[in-house]
Every structure is written in C-alpha cells, then in structure tokens.
Write a protein that binds this ligand. Structure first.
Ligand SMILES: [Zn+2]
Ligand SMILES: [Zn+2]
Length: 340
C-alpha cells in the first residue's frame, strides 16, 4: 500500500477514502477530522466533526451551536477506527486543543500535523513527537531567515517599554485565538499582575481560555475611560491597531506579536513601533528538526514557504512534495469587524 492510498489530496482537502473522512477540509464534507480551531482549518458546515473537546468548543464559540451536524470529542493519545484506518490525536503545541492527527493503515503511518510549534507555550500541551512514515507539515516560516528566538525576551521588551512610558497605553496586536492568550500568559509569567485590557472581539475566546488557566484580571476596553488606560497593556486584533478604535488610548505605543515581526519592512508597513517576535508556528530550525526526528522518509508540505522546505527535504534524501493547499494560512488575516 502506498501513502496515497491512505490520504489523497482532493478539491476539499486531504481525504482518507478508506476511513471516509477529510482532514481540515476547506469545503463542507460529510465527515471532517479537525486539527485545531483556527478558521482556515476549522470551518463550519460539515456533517460530522471529530476533534478535541477544546477545538469543538472553540468552533462553537466562533460559529454558533449548529456549526456541524454532529460532533465527537477525542482525547490526546486516544484512537478510533474509521473504516479501515486507525486515527489518533496527539498534541501539536500550536493553540489550546490543537492536535496532530495520525492515520495508520496496513502498517503505514501518516501524521497530519496541522499547524505546530516545538517550543514551550503556557497555554497548550507541548508538541508530541509521533514517529511516522509520512509527515505532513506546514511551512509558514519555512525559510532559514526565520528564527523566532525567545518569547520571554520579547515580553521583557514590552514590560520595559511600559515602565519607561507610564503615561502611554501599550496596544498589542495579536490574533484572537491562541496568540492573544499566550501573550497574556507570558506577561503574567513575567510577574505583571495589573489588569490587562481586551478588545471586545477577543473576549469570548479569552474567557474560554481563562477557564483552563489563570490569566489574571481581564477587563474590557469598552468600559474604560481614556485616563484609566494610561500605563496599561491592551490586546486587540492586529487590524484594530490602525482603526479609529485605537484613538481612545492615550498616546498609544503600537506593538504586534507575530513571527512576521522578524521582517522589519512588515513592522514598518503596519506602523508598528514595538515589534514582538512571538510565533505559534515552528521556525526553520523547528520545522527541520521536527521532520528529521519523526523518522519520516517522505514529507508533504501543505502551505507556506513550501519550496525551500521541499528542497531541504530532497537534499536530505527524503521524498518531498508540496501540496499547495489553497485556503490555509489565512488565520493571520482575521479582522476586527466583529467590533466590540
Ligand atoms: Zn493555526
Ligand atoms: Zn493554519
């Protein structure tokens, strides 16, 4: 049996005919197995959804109760048989509830990792290495220039700036699912215990995270007076940094927490004064080290900077191919149009 007999790329995404399911489908399907709650992977409108409880909860928060015909929750380490395939879930270290999905049949194991990172994150279970024959990887930061560095060091920069400018507010742009909560957890870990302010668009998801971990006191920006916001830290979707919304803050310092902040031109383009290089995706070293450690002889690259990673794989003697999946990688472009 070949890997393609287990998982095949179809217009709706990766499909396991044997098990009658798709992984992270980009179109509505009968049965979807979903790695994590970001909107490019977890869409509404599928017949049945198999995912971790956290991913199901986050989908429900985003899309409402009727986001799928039926749902089934699965725990890390647990496996189910779907048709002739054994499917198991393993932590991906990306966001709360994120999972790699291992599909095994006839002695062949394929791991679809979704999005992942191999560094510590106080808001989710650490990435688990799953030995496999074929490893399906993202390549969001799949270029050697991308090395994310130490997130605690980036948070220290933020807190230094807060101490230096007590009259100014610090506005931190961060994606609403995962990044915002990780930034809050890292700020708490650094010992900052004042209230942290939230844009209304990230309230629901952040309160959900706060049921799973201590994020300290959280307040909504919408109820606060301008003077009260001096010297504070507020989180918002990246797009809100340049919107009218930001004018309610006294002389705000614009910060943005993203792996893309390694690229100075991007920070400048967005008018970011304080770029914080904090990513929920593996950097180049993380991608290549992880691929090597899985022992896979073959890699499929779903999205991102596919060419460089495919080339790296080929020079290492691996079979490697880009999947060019259209529709992944848009989680970063979330807008704040839900207002507050
Ligand atoms: Zn993601
Ligand atoms: Zn993604």
């Amino acid at each position: 049996m070949r890997a393609e007999d287990i998982l095949l790329l179809t217009p709706a995404g990766l499909c396991c005919k044997l098990g009658g399911f798709h992984i992270d489908p980009t179109r509505p399907v009968e049965k979807a197995v979903i790695t994590h709650g970001h909107s490019d992977h977890a869409r509404s409108g599928h017949g049945a959804v198999l995912a971790t409880q956290e991913t199901l909860d986050l989908m429900r928060l985003r899309y409402g109760d009727s986001f799928a015909g039926s749902t089934q929750a699965i725990r890390y380490g647990e496996s189910v048989n779907l048709g002739g395939a054994k499917v198991s879930f393993h932590p991906a270290g990306h966001v709360l509830g994120s999972a790699q999905i291992a599909v095994a049949a006839n002695g062949l194991t394929i791991v679809a990792s979704g999005d992942y990172k191999d560094v510590a994150d106080p808001t989710c279970a650490p990435f688990e290495l799953v030995p496999c024959h074929v490893f399906i990887t993202e390549a969001t930061f799949g270029l050697p220039v991308f090395r994310h560095g130490d997130p605690d060091g980036e948070i220290a920069k933020l807190l230094q700036s807060v101490a230096l400018f007590p009259e100014r507010a610090h506005l931190v742009g961060a994606y609403s699912l995962g990044k915002a909560q990780r930034v809050i957890a890292l700020i708490r870990k650094a010992g900052y215990d004042k209230p942290i302010y939230l844009h209304g668009a990230m309230e629901k998801i952040t309160r959900y995270y706060a049921q799973h971990m201590d994020l300290g006191e959280l307040r909504l920006v919408s109820g606060a007076k301008k003077a009260e916001l001096a010297g504070t830290i507020a989180l918002c979707p990246p797009s809100a940094l340049n919107e009218l919304w930001s004018r309610r803050f006294p002389d705000p310092v614009n910060a943005f927490a993203s792996g893309w902040m390694r690229v100075r031109a991007r920070a400048r383009q967005r008018g970011v004064e304080l770029p914080l290089v904090i990513s929920d995706h593996a950097d180049w070293d993380g991608l290549t080290a992880t691929i090597a450690a899985t022992g896979a002889g073959e890699i499929w690259v779903t999205h991102g900077q596919e060419d460089a990673l495919v080339h790296w794989g080929v020079t290492r003697g691996l079979r490697a191919r880009p999947l060019d999946i259209v529709g992944y990688g848009d989680e970063d472009e979330e807008t704040a149009n839900s207002g507050e």
